[in-house]
Design a protein around this ligand. Structure first.
Ligand SMILES: Nc1ncnc2c1ncn2[C@@H]1O[C@H](COP(=O)(O)OP(=O)(O)OP(=O)(O)O)[C@@H](O)[C@H]1O
Ligand SMILES: [Mg+2]
Length: 199
C-alpha cells in the first residue's frame, strides 16, 4: 500500500497557533490534551492541505489567528507515493487562498494529487440522518482520495449548481444561461457517475 506521511508540519498564525512545528512520522498518532488546547486546530490545519474548506468548513478569515488577523499559513513536508514534497497553503486577508507545491504556485485541486486526506468527525453524524447532498459530498471526497481528477468534476458540478440556484433565486429567465449551466451540471454528473460505476 502506498505510504502517506506528514514528516513535518508548520503552522503560522493558524487559529490558536502563532507559530508551531510538529515532526511526526508514519506511525498512528493520538493527540491528547485539555479542552481548548488546540487538538482539533491541528487536525483542521492538516485538512487544509487538501482541496476545499477543511474539517470545519470555516471561512478563511475565521482560521487566521485573532486578534492579529494577519492571514495564516500551513506548510508540510509530505511523503507520498515514495516521493517527498513540500506543500504549503496560506490565506492573505482580502486576497484569497494560495497553494505552493515544491516551491511553485499550484491550483488548490493539485493538492489532491499529493495529500489524500479523509476525515469522519462527530459533527458529520448528519451524514446518516440528513439529506443526500452531504452524503454525496462525503462520497465525492472519498472518491477524490483515490482518483484526484474527480476533484475537477466535483468543482464543475458544484459551481454550476450554485450558479443555477442563484439564477432561480433571482428569477432570471434566460434559457441559454440555464442550458450552459445544465451542460456543466450534466458534465460534472457524468464524470462523477463514471467513477461511481467503474470503481
Ligand atoms: N481564529 C482564532 N484565533 C485565536 N484562537 C482561536 C481561533 N480559533 C479558535 N481559537 C482557539 O482555539 C481553541 C480551541 O482549539 P481546539 O478546538 O483545537 O481545541 P481542542 O483541543 O480540540 O478542544 P476539545 O477537547 O474541546 O475538542 C480555543 O481556545 C479558541 O479560543
Ligand atoms: Mg476538539
Amino acid at each position: 500500500m502506498p505510504k502517506l506521511a506528514i514528516t513535518g508540519l508548520w503552522l503560522s498564525h493558524f487559529r490558536s497557533y502563532k507559530s508551531a512545528f510538529i515532526e511526526p512520522d508514519a506511525r498512528i498518532i493520538a493527540l491528547y490534551g485539555p479542552n481548548g488546547a488546540g487538538k482539533t486546530n491541528i487536525l483542521e490545519a492538516i485538512s487544509m492541505l487538501s482541496p476545499g474548506r477543511g474539517l470545519r468548513r470555516a471561512p478563511a478569515d475565521e482560521l487566521m489567528r485573532h486578534p492579529e488577523n494577519l492571514g495564516w499559513k500551513v506548510s508540510a513536508e509530505l511523503e507520498s507515493l515514495s516521493e517527498n514534497h513540500e506543500i504549503s497553503t496560506k490565506s492573505v486577508p482580502d486576497s484569497g487562498r494560495f497553494v505552493e507545491i515544491d516551491g511553485k504556485k499550484a491550483p488548490q485541486t493539485a493538492l489532491g494529487n499529493l495529500a489524500r486526506i479523509i476525515w469522519l468527525v462527530p459533527v458529520m453524524d448528519r451524514l446518516w440522518i440528513e439529506g443526500a447532498s452531504e452524503r454525496r459530498r462525503f462520497l465525492d471526497r472519498m472518491v477524490m482520495s483515490f482518483h484526484p481528477s474527480h476533484a475537477d468534476a466535483t468543482l464543475i458540478y458544484e459551481k454550476s449548481m450554485r450558479d443555477r440556484n442563484r439564477l432561480l433565486k433571482d428569477q432570471v429567465r434566460d434559457a441559454a444561461w440555464y442550458d450552459a449551466l445544465g451542460a456543466g451540471i450534466a458534465n460534472g454528473q457524468v464524470r462523477r457517475g463514471n467513477y461511481c460505476q467503474s470503481h
